[in-house]
Design a protein. Structure first.
Length: 466
């Protein structure tokens, strides 16, 4: 006898041009029989899965997630001196954001949130009821334990991540109500900024203190080095003006004076030679230097020339015994004697001046020898002085470089802004997180159909084997 299912299949087969292979038709018929015979199991599975989904929706409280965003400003941006970066700012910025994620979830930041929101006494955090086993054993939470519990619960509901290819951190907080999720997310971001500002102020204070102490040490080092230089100069009688030792300047001055006096000695020697030549008749009176031609010499030279001219004129016309000729020759001889006496006076004055010049030259040469000996000693002592001066210069250069760098750091601290800023405060979520109840029920029904069909098939397989 052919049942209705077989007839229906045959009718369907007649309406379709291609006919189903025999084995496939047999499998379909068997599947339909399995579904029909296991309808109760399938319906029961659907009801069980749907009931579990309903129980989940009724028993598990909804969870709301509020999300905010923080932009991390890279600390590697150099305002005063930008030549010290060894890596690109993008790489450093990504590393800083990754590091700030751990800072945001650190205990110091979470403690601020716990204190601000009073989570120690909150039933969902620090004052959360104990489990059944803890209640039966009589284990109660002390205040410290309640704070630790609040910290653990707060860590559990926080999710922090970094947006891809950006310096933005996403801060998400789960809570039982939209208002609480929004409030905790905003409190967490505010606590992070407050903690960063506090640590930044502490760091600035430590840097300022260390810089001040280091500058004081370098300043004292420069002052001590300068004191050693001055003490060395004083102990070794090293006096300098304009960067040159005074003794060296004195040597140069004495050398110039010796040159001047030596030139004067040569000049006086030349005058004496000329005067002696005039007295002996080797030179004419006109050879006398201009500086020695006084008014008396010029008068006597004129008288001598006139007397010689008159004697020569009379000598040509008169005899040697003529009184006029003898008078003229006597006049010329007298004038010549006066000239000799004047030349003798010039010679004596020149000799006296020459002796003084020679004596001054000898004294200057003695002084020069003493100064050179002293300068040799000072030059030997200047070797140690130069070492001390180099030490002063080195310490001063280090001090000036450190002072310039400290000023740069001070200016960078004044010019740089906050390390991070909130670009999106959390928005109160409009619906709970997780799947929609309708989708959850639909999924549970589909899952129940699958489970029931599988159980029915397994049952038929077991009965067929028997």
């Amino acid at each position: 006898m052919v049942d209705s299912a077989t007839l229906s299949a045959q009718q369907i087969g007649r309406s379709e041009p291609p006919r189903m292979p025999g084995q496939m038709r047999h499998d379909v018929e068997r599947f339909v029989d399995t579904v029909r015979s296991g309808a109760a199991i399938i319906v029961a599975s659907v009801f069980v899965c749907a009931g579990l989904a309903m129980a989940y929706l009724l028993l598990i409280p909804p969870t709301f997630v509020a999300t905010g965003r923080i932009l991390v400003e890279p600390k590697s941006v150099q305002i005063v001196n930008a030549n010290s970066a060894s890596r690109t700012q993008g790489e450093i910025g990504v590393l800083e954001v990754e590091s700030q994620i751990y800072v945001l979830t650190s205990k110091s930041v979470l403690d601020r949130v716990i204190d601000k929101e009073g989570l120690v006494a909150d039933p969902e955090f620090g004052a959360r009821p104990e489990g059944l086993i803890s209640s039966l054993l009589g284990l109660s939470s002390e205040p410290d334990d309640r704070r630790d519990k609040a910290l653990r619960e707060l860590e559990r509901v926080i999710t922090v991540g970094r947006n891809q290819s950006s310096l933005v951190m996403t801060v998400s907080v789960r809570a039982s109500s939209p208002e609480r999720a929004q409030r905790l997310s905003d409190a967490l971001m505010s606590a992070y900024l407050a903690e960063e500002g506090h640590e930044r102020a502490k760091l600035a204070g430590r840097v300022a203190g260390s810089v001040f102490d280091r500058l004081g040490e370098l300043r004292e080092r420069v002052r001590d080095a300068e004191d050693r230089v001055e003490r060395y100069r004083r102990d070794n009688s090293i006096v300098t003006t304009g960067g040159q030792p005074v003794l060296e300047q004195q040597v140069n001055q004495v050398t110039r004076e010796i040159s001047t006096v030596g030139a004067r000695v040569e000049q006086l020697n030349s005058i004496m030679v000329q005067v002696r030549g005039i007295r002996t008749g080797v030179l004419d009176l006109d050879a006398l230097p201009e500086a020695q031609r006084t008014g008396t010499i010029e008068t006597l030279r004129s008288r001598l020339a006139l007397a010689r001219q008159a004697a020569a004129s009379l000598g040509a016309n008169l005899g040697p015994r003529h009184p006029a000729r003898q008078a003229a020759e006597a006049e010329a001889t007298e004038v010549r004697n006066l000239v000799d006496r004047e030349l003798e006076a010039i010679l004596q004055a020149t000799t006296t001046e020459l002796d003084r010049a020679r004596s001054a030259e000898a004294g200057l040469r003695t002084r020069l020898a003493e100064l050179k000996a002293e300068l040799t000693r000072i030059n030997a002592a200047s070797v140690g002085l130069r070492e001390l001066v180099r030490e002063v210069d080195a310490n001063r250069s280090i001090y000036e470089a450190f002072l310039a760098r400290s000023r740069e750091l001070h200016e960078e601290g004044r010019l740089q802004g906050e390390p991070a800023r909130i670009i999106n405060w959390a928005i109160k979520p409009s619906r709970p997180a997780g799947p929609s109840p309708v989708l959850l029920l639909a999924a549970s029904i589909i899952f129940g159909l699958g489970i029931g069909t599988t159980l029915a098939w397994l049952r038929d397989q077991i009965f067929d084997r028997r």
